[in-house]
Design a protein around this ligand. Structure first.
Ligand code: NDP
Ligand code: 8X3
Length: 251
């Protein structure tokens, strides 16, 4: 039985990945800060698919806590086959010369530094075992900056660079690295970005049928299920009426 470790599994894309991988018999290590939501998800997956789940409740920005929990995984949970580095967020939509320092720090610490820490803690075991797949959730925002979003876009450009670099550093191994770059996905993402302003968040998805977390989970599962000699290196997944980070056709 394969084991997937998903960060940020209490909502949106991470939760959808948990459901998708559970449906096909994976056992899951699920991380987030909100324990209650993860427990409800674990109960649901147990009931629907008989999934075994281990919950790791920590803030991915807390490097020492991440190290402690991952280093102390019970023996039967140590052989991680798939790592989905998904935990992440955007905060604010402001000009680069007017942005909020705390928002910038949170995005950089979560989307870049924490992704690196989790990678650093999990991948050596994969290398030692000679198998593993790292799936990073990047974004179309990493392909090019858009107005008022430079810092978030920069963090997702970093996810692309870190994915590419890791793939190079692992080229001598059987491990695979995938960077999935979603466009507009309706999750809690925009509510978080606008600090809880639900009306403003809803506007982001007005007049267009956005992607769902399930659409991205399907892509992640496809990449993880490819034959061992096939490495899906990068996938850009857009809503049909979205052409780039800035071009969206709305009815
Ligand atoms: P959600 O807000 O729905 O989910 C974000 C998840 O990340 C939650 O489970 C949250 O859990 C977790 N998370 C955030 N910060 C931390 C932290 N410090 N420690 C642990 N977990 C954390 O958003 P999405 O599902 O949309 O976002 C998932 C990923 O997808 C992000 O990396 C985002 O940048 C990316 N993405 C999203 C797109 C979109 O349009 N929605 C498009 C492209 C990429 P908790 O709060 O419980 O800790
Ligand atoms: C999330 C997609 O376009 O809102 O990464 O930045 S976007």
């Amino acid at each position: 039985m394969k084991t997937a470790f998903i960060t940020g599994a209490s909502s949106g894309i991470g939760m959808a990945c948990a459901r998708r991988f559970a449906r096909d018999g994976y056992r899951l290590i699920l991380n987030a800060r909100r324990q209650q939501l993860l427990q409800e998800l674990a109960d649901e997956l147990k009931q629907n698919y008989g999934t075994e789940t281990l919950l790791l409740i920590f803030d991915v920005r807390d490097r020492e806590e991440a190290r402690r929990q991952i280093d102390n995984l019970p023996k039967e949970w140590q052989d991680i086959d798939v790592l989905i580095n998904n935990a992440g967020l955007a905060l604010g939509l402001e000009k680069e010369y007017e942005g909020d320092f705390a928002d910038w720090d949170t995005m950089i610490d979560t989307n870049i530094k924490a992704l690196l820490s989790i990678t650093r803690f999990v991948v050596p075991g994969m290398v030692a075992r000679g198998k593993g797949h790292i799936i990073n959730i990047g974004s179309v925002a990493g392909d090019a900056a858009y107005p008022n979003g430079a810092v978030y876009c920069a963090t997702k450009a970093a996810v692309k660079t870190l994915s590419d670099g890791l793939r190079m550093d692992l080229a001598h191994t059987p491990l695979r690295v995938t960077n999935i770059k979603p466009g507009l996905v309706e999750t809690n993402f925009s509510v978080v970005r606008f600090h809880g302003d639900k009306d403003r968040a809803d506007n982001v998805y007005k007049g267009i049928q956005p992607l769902t977390g399930d659409d991205i989970a399907e892509t992640a599962f496809f990449a993880a299920s490819a034959p061992a000699h096939v490495q899906i290196a990068e996938v850009l997944v857009l809503a049909t009426h979205q052409a780039s980070g800035t071009i969206v056709y709305r009815e």
